[in-house]
Design a protein around this ligand. Structure first.
Ligand code: SIN
Length: 487
């Protein structure tokens, strides 16, 4: 399929090399291709790093660390603020680029660019508020001083589902804290990160502070970095499976870790909920990013007295969405990222149907060469259906019913994951009771989206640890040094 003039212009403008120590450079290996998931066609070729290229990036990060940490906080703040402004100025082009490589609709890409740029603004404000503590020894004899210092060179591994926001959520606090960094974007969606790299250089980021390594073999290329004593921090967003593997590798160097891993969010609707609002928010919680989000509602538990009405109205809403290439006008739902993801979603739906679930809308792959899947609602989903325990990462809403508060709490907490939950009720006491009992790092009360640059994003259990965003986000990039003072 021929690209439009605008698509070609945006694609031509993006750097296709590695960013190492402030210089764009060709990788030493063959190139790798970037695909449009709406057509399956190749968009362009970019540099494909080797482990040696990655080590050069670590050399640059280690060499720049000392001078970078002594740069005034206000200067680091100003760089972030300029980058925020540049992202806003180029929002349309960045969004188009993201849609081309990732698939989500242009409206969703624009929303992500706003979300992503806000992390830069938030952390530009945090850069000048890194404080230690001065206190008395309990005996009164001495004083305790703590200071916060940058942890050191970081490796930031970002996923394909939010190619901009998951980058700025890590890069923002790393810059604010005074850490140098190597970013490894997902091989499916590297172009947005390369465009962001250019923006950060233009905003005045000194040489060596940021390197970007694109590679089709993440494990092979990242392993030597993770095992090098000069690297001090690894922040990873991705699957629990890969997170475990990285933790194992990082145990050799005792890296400081942040792990944003899988989710299995329950969306709970009690009989006293505002049903119009619950349905409206269910669409947001399920369909944002085509369901390809670790905070996507993965399982809907609806009180049996309203389950049929909820299922029927949600089916009408999802069935009315337009599926297509995200760049086209009027498209609500783009393709999934690749054939594997499309196949996995189909398998989970087939499993649920075999076990007795009913297809209320959708239920199958979409038409055309791209990796489309029709927005789907499944009713009467039995407890043993795999999609109630596995992360779907697709536009499929399985609805199961419940009768008692305890029953739904047991179901919601009966998961290895603990990232986020959504609760809909108009009974305040019940809301507090349920929110206190849910085993999650985040929850939405009467809302289906909690992500916010000013809030601490993160999970418990197999969803990982560490927090991104909010006041907590910068702590992940700081060490506390304590000094005992004898008077
Ligand atoms: C994710 O899916 O990894 C993050 C989603 C978000 O920040 O809202």
């Amino acid at each position: 399929m021929a690209l439009t003039k605008d698509e070609q212009r945006v694609l031509d403008a993006v750097p296709k090399q590695l960013l190492i120590g402030g210089t764009w450079t060709d990788g030493s290996a063959d190139q790798m291709s970037v695909e449009d998931p709406a057509t399956g066609e190749t968009l362009c070729q970019i540099a494909n790093a080797t482990p040696e290229d990655a080590m050069k990036a670590l050399d640059a990060a280690a060499a720049a660390q000392h001078s970078w940490k002594t740069v005034a906080p206000r200067e680091r703040s100003d760089i972030l603020r300029r980058a925020y402004q540049l992202m806003k100025d180029r929002a349309d082009d960045l969004a188009l680029l993201m849609t081309m490589e990732m698939g989500k609709s242009l409206a969703e890409s624009k929303a992500e660019i706003t979300y992503a740029s806000e992390f830069l603004r938030w952390f530009s404000e945090e850069a000048v508020r890194i404080n230690g503590r001065w206190s008395n020894e309990p005996s009164g004899a001495g004083r305790l001083l703590t200071m916060k210092q940058p942890v050191g060179p970081c490796l930031l591994i970002t996923p394909w589902n939010f190619p901009a926001a998951m980058g700025t959520r890590k890069i923002g606090p790393a810059i604010a804290a005074g850490c140098t960094m190597i970013v490894k974007p997902a091989s499916a969606t590297p172009l947005t990160m390369l465009a962001l790299g250019e923006i950060l250089l233009e905003a005045g980021l000194p040489e060596g502070v940021l390197s970007i390594i694109t590679s089709s073999s993440t494990g092979k290329v990242m392993q030597p970095l993770v095992q090098d004593q000069r690297l001090r921090k690894l922040s990873f967003t991705g699957s629990t499976e890969v997170g475990r593997l990285l933790m194992e590798q990082a145990s050799q160097t005792l890296l400081k870790l942040s792990m944003e891993l899988g989710g299995n969010a329950p969306f709970i609707v009690f009989e006293d909920a505002d049903l119009d609002k619950a349905i409206e928010q269910a669409v947001v919680a399920k369909m944002r990013n085509m369901g390809e989000s670790c905070v996507a509602a993965n399982r809907f538990y609806v009180h049996s007295s309203i389950a049929e009405e909820f299922t029927s109205r949600l089916s009408d809403k999802l069935g009315a969405l337009t599926v297509g290439r995200g760049t086209e006008d009027g498209v609500d739902v783009g393709p999934l990222i690749d054939a594997d993801q499309q196949g996995k979603v189909a398998e989970l739906v087939d499993d649920a149907v075999e076990k007795g679930a009913t297809v209320r809308t959708g239920g199958s792959k979409g038409d055309g060469a791209g990796y489309f899947f029709k927005p789907t609602v499944l009713g009467d989903v039995p407890a043993n259906a795999r999609l109630l325990s596995e992360e779907i990462f697709g536009p499929v809403a399985p609805v199961a019913s419940f009768d008692t508060e305890q029953e739904v709490l047991d179901a919601a907490n009966g998961s290895e994951f603990g990232l986020v939950a959504y609760v809909f009720t108009s009974d305040f006491s019940r809301a507090i009771r349920v929110l206190e009992e849910l085993e999650v790092g985040m929850a939405g009360l009467n809302k289906g989206l909690v992500s916010n640059p000013a809030a601490p994003f993160g999970g418990v259990k197999q969803s990982g640890f560490g927090r991104e965003g909010g006041f907590e986000g910068i702590e992940e990039y700081l060490e506390t040094k304590y000094i005992g003072i004898d008077l």
